[in-house]
Structures are given as C-alpha cells and as structure tokens.
Ligand binder design. Sequence first.
Ligand code: SAH
Ligand code: MG
Length: 220
Amino acid sequence: MEANDNKVITYLDSLVPKRNDIAAKMEKLAKEDNVPIMDLVGMETLLQLLRLSQPKRILEIGAAIGYSAIRMAQAIPDVTIVTIERDEHRYMQAKQHINEAGMDNRIDLIFGDALEVLEQVEQKEPFDLIFVDAAKGQYERFFTMYEPLLNDSGVIITDNVLFRGLVAEDQEAIEPKRIRNLVKKIDRYNRWLMEHPNYITTILPVGDGIAISKKRGETS
Ligand code: SAH
Ligand code: MG
C-alpha cells in the first residue's frame, strides 16, 4: 500500500465519530491482544450498508471478541444477530462483552466451528444478511454452506478479500508459502464469487477489502 493511501486512511479515521465506552474498550483490547477486528473505516462502511439495507436478521461467521456484532446491533436498533466463534477464549470474551453491552437478547452467540454447526444455525433461518469474517482459506465453503439460509433478496458480505493488498501482488513471489497459498485461495474465492450465477458482487477496496454479494432473486 502506498504512503498516500495511509494518509487518506489516517484522515478518514480522524473523521470517524467517537465510539461509545464498550466499543472503545473492545478496540483497545483488540489492539493489545492482536485480535483482527474490522478496522474503523471498514466497520463504518459495513454499518452504513446495513443502515441502507435494514436487515432484520444477520448471521455472522467469526465473532472474535464480539466487536462487529455489537457495533451492528447498536447501529440497527431492531436487528437480531446470530454469530459463531470457534476459539474458546474469544468466545468467552465475546460473551462477556455482549452481556456488558446489554445485547444478550439480540445477539445469539454460538460456540463452535462454523463448518460443524450448520444444523444449529438452520433452526434460526432465514437471514437477510450473512457476514463472513472467519478463516480466509474457507470462504467458499462458508458461502456455499450458509447461502441456502439467505432470503431471496439477501446479501452476503465477505471481509478481508484483498488480504492487505496481497491478492494484487505477484503471487508467486509471496513468502512464506503458507501466506502465498492463502493469497491464492482468496484470489480464487474472489474470482468464483464474481462469476457466481446467482449473485452479483462488488468488491470495495475499503478496510481489508469488502465483497458485497447480492442475491439476484428468483425473478431477475
Ligand atoms: N468479526 C470480528 C472479527 C473476526 S476475526 C470483528 O470484526 O469484530 C475472525 C474470527 O473467526 C477469529 O476469532 C477466529 O477464531 C474465528 N474463526 C475462524 N474460523 C472459524 C470457523 N471455521 N468457525 C468459527 N469461527 C472461526
Ligand atoms: Mg475481518
């Protein structure tokens, strides 16, 4: 990323209104513990997309410490969220934060691997929006597994699809190999998504890259 871009991001960050105490506390914790919560500009973009589309029910894959789920619930007063986290420590932190934020009745936190809890989540369908923000190597599996739970006019948003800009680099030159393979997987996901017959997708170069996939619906 170029110095110029960083300046723009610093500028935009400085314009974002102050968050409330619980959100600020989670941002601080995430920084200290290296929890990859959504960055500020990405988060604000996601919230604005929600304000425009007014989903009633959201499924989130990858709760981490509960930051994005709480921010979404605070931004959209009548939304309910089902969110999945497989890391036990983060799950416990998320549970605590959701409780502190007074969101127990609106955020349903599931402990488990998203690839293994489909049956439990199926009880809670349908969803107006699915937010995919978990293991980057599994995006296509998350998408195909959960998209049947989406409403006809639903939206799937995938975070981190530009992976710090690495997808646009000379991929063969990326080291270490583990990262190179991950970059290639994300790149494949992006291409697969763009060509998906039932969804129309736009990728925003905001935050770490946000893909917005809108279901075409039965009639269009
Ligand atoms: N959405 C959060 C950040 C999520 S970070 C926010 O912006 O506040 C990604 C999280 O996904 C990590 O905590 C990781 O443990 C979790 N995760 C990764 N793969 C997963 C899977 N298969 N099932 C459930 N959670 C998963
Ligand atoms: Mg993310």
